[in-house]
Design a protein around this ligand. Structure first.
Ligand code: P6P
Length: 338
């Protein structure tokens, strides 16, 4: 059967190269970096998919900078991502949820490494042992340090709006890689029969509205009044509560079906639980590029929040334009802090 042009498979590599013209400095560096992240994702996917079969489950008996119990798969994903970024020769340094400090990479070639990467190598890892979706989140910045191989902390302390690319990989019923370089959002589903991420969701646009809201309702009594009133409104409107406990999964659903995901401040996390640098910012760039909105519970645009530490936490309300705007109006109406 001949494959007509419109049905032709477009792999992630082909798509990245084809769209290289959108990158300001189309030197191919960002292209190579994105492709190597794709390779790392395929390796992580292989292990995630057989986690139940290999002695890779269970607690790695160590905690990470967030104090979370670290599953062995977290460590594996972190190691694979760092190795692939090192091999790309395009990445000067990495900041990861799994490492207290950022890591300087020694580019394999003597060329200048222009970028730094921020990442949560395996988000939602508490779900691994019960076969629920987990994900990788990444963001890419052009480094500010002028020297060829130098990298400094300030290279990572850039606002989210300075990212040149952001993306996530969702290891679910299928494995999908969704990314943006600031010119729209595209999704690639892994075809295991050929080992390639293939374009499956072109130019993703987030619905302006949805019937789902996503928040850990178990903390309801600990939320501020304005958040509780917004949740009450969701209940009055008969919205459906969907909460997987994996940010990538919950935001991914909103991206395709519409909805809002909230992680407000609680007594346990007065500044919010999620990390600004490698969770909130990359997801916010993707959602904004798809037509949605991402703010913190003080109504600051997530991508404009100053980054002052690698594991800085943030509150977040992210999702469909109309639903986040409704959240914003509830905060303005009920917030004690005028
Ligand atoms: P809670 C996973 O551990 C994570 O970092 C996010 O992926 C997820 O949205 C959140 O924490 C879940 O937190 O407190 O509801 O279990």
């Amino acid at each position: 059967m001949t494959t007509t042009r419109q049905n032709r498979i477009i792999t992630l590599d082909e798509f990245i190269i084809k769209n290289q013209k959108h990158y300001n400095d189309a030197t191919g560096s960002l292209t190579r970096l994105l492709r190597d992240i794709g390779i790392a994702s395929k390796i992580v996917n292989r292990e995630v998919n057989k986690a139940g079969l290999v002695n890779i489950l269970g607690d790695a008996k160590s905690g990470n900078s967030s104090g979370d119990n670290v599953q062995k798969l977290d460590l594996f994903a972190n190691q694979v991502m760092i190795e692939c970024l090192q091999n790309s020769g395009e990445c000067a340094g990495v900041a990861s949820e799994e490492d207290e400090k950022w890591t300087k990479l020694n580019p394999v070639s003597n060329k200048r490494a222009d970028y730094v990467v921020v990442m949560d190598p395996l988000d939602g890892s508490s779900n691994i042992d019960v076969n629920v979706s987990v994900g990788t989140i990444f963001g890419i910045y052009k480094k500010l340090t002028k020297t060829k191989s130098g990298v400094k902390e300030s290279d990572f302390f850039q606002k989210g709006s300075k990212m040149v690319a952001a993306g996530y990989v969702l290891y679910g019923t299928s494995t999908i890689l969704v990314y943006t370089t600031g010119n729209g959002v595209n999704g690639f589903t892994l075809d295991p029969s050929i080992g390639e991420f293939c374009l499956s969701h072109k130019n993703i646009k987030m619905p302006d509205f949805g019937i789902y809201y996503s928040v850990n309702q178990g903390y309801y009594q600990k939320f501020d009044l304005e958040v509780r009133r917004f949740i009450d409104n969701c209940n009055d409107e008969n919205y459906r509560l969907r909460y997987i406990g994996s940010m990538v999964s919950d935001v991914h659903r909103s991206l395709f079906k519409g909805g809002i995901f909230l992680y407000p401040n609680t007594r346990k996390y007065p500044g919010g639980k999620l990390r600004l640098l490698y969770e909130c910012n990359p997801m916010a760039m993707i959602v904004e590029q798809a037509g949605g909105i991402a703010v913190d519970c003080q109504l600051n645009r997530i991508l404009d929040v100053p980054v002052t530490s690698i594991h800085q936490r943030s509150t977040i309300a992210i999702g469909s334009k109309k639903m986040v705007k409704d959240f914003i109006s509830h905060v303005k109406k009920y917030s004690a802090v005028k």
